[in-house]
Design a binder for this molecule. Structure first.
Ligand code: ZN
Length: 264
């Protein structure tokens, strides 16, 4: 049996939320470290997980780091505008080239997500510690594997419709709130060769990322979004003369014939 190649995961966070006492009690090392710990626990040797934050050079997201990243998880809230445009563009390009992207909670307004969606990504919200029920609406999807029909988050911030996103290619979760609102809380898209998963639970003043079912969603999301090799050329737009494809096929088979002749 060939050993499975580990999925290389980078968890990016602002690293600012823990400055607020109510978030520091729940996430003393920042949300990015809590998510990284959850992924290490859930995925074990199937993943290599590292973290990066806003204050690092290039926010910890140099070309070298991103090229060695199969899935990038992104959590941001207060400092979307502080993210360098060049870094945001680099993330977008990597997604188009095949890197997976998990966009978490308030990152619906992050620069990479806005650029990949092309819409406002605005939504309705209210932070009143209400019960959220995250309903699975795609029970055969890889992201819902091993999950109950509904995940109950006892206290959370309300995110409600209208959520200004392009229609998801796959809708995985819909949330309902005690105030009556509903929200498309788990959405999947492809962009270029890459896969994008938006998952809304995760406000910093509630222990959402310590909840076992939520950890499972994140791990499933990483497995689903991981970079896949593909032979489809998408990095250029070649001007192709008529018959180029057949001509290419003939040259390949002629080469094979020559190789066979040389072997005999
Ligand atoms: Zn929030």
């Amino acid at each position: 049996m060939t050993p499975q190649v580990a999925i290389r995961v980078t968890v990016w966070g602002e690293g600012l939320e823990q400055q607020a006492p109510e978030a520091n009690r729940i996430y003393p090392d920042g949300i990015h470290e809590a998510i990284a710990a959850a992924l290490r626990a859930e995925l074990g040797e199937a993943a290599l997980v590292r973290t990066a934050t806003l204050d690092g050079p290039e926010h910890g997201l140099s070309s070298e780091v991103l090229e060695a990243t199969d899935v990038l998880a992104w959590w941001g809230h207060r400092a979307h505008e502080a993210v360098d445009d060049a870094v945001a563009d680099r993330v977008v390009q990597q997604v188009l080239d095949g890197m997976g992207l998990l966009v978490l909670h308030s990152s619906h307004l992050s620069k990479p997500f806005l650029r990949l969606m092309g819409t406002r990504c605005s939504l309705r919200w209210r932070n009143d510690a209400e019960r959220e029920v995250v309903w699975t609406v795609a029970p055969a999807h890889a992201i819902t594997e091993g999950l109950p029909p509904a995940i109950v988050i006892p206290e959370h911030e309300m995110y409600g419709e209208y959520f200004d996103i392009p229609p998801p290619e796959e809708l995985v979760f819909i949330s309902s709130f005690s105030g009556g609102e509903v929200f498309r809380s788990g959405c999947c898209w492809t962009r270029g060769k890459g896969r994008v998963f938006y998952f809304s639970p995760g406000h910093e003043t509630f222990p959402v990322y310590h909840q076992p079912e939520i950890k499972r969603v994140l791990a499933n999301g990483v497995r689903w979004a991981r970079r896949r090799s593909s032979s489809t050329e998408t990095t250029s737009s070649p001007n192709s003369r008529a018959g180029w494809y057949e001509a290419q096929g003939r040259s390949v088979s002629e080469q094979r014939w020559q190789d066979d002749a040389a072997a005999h």
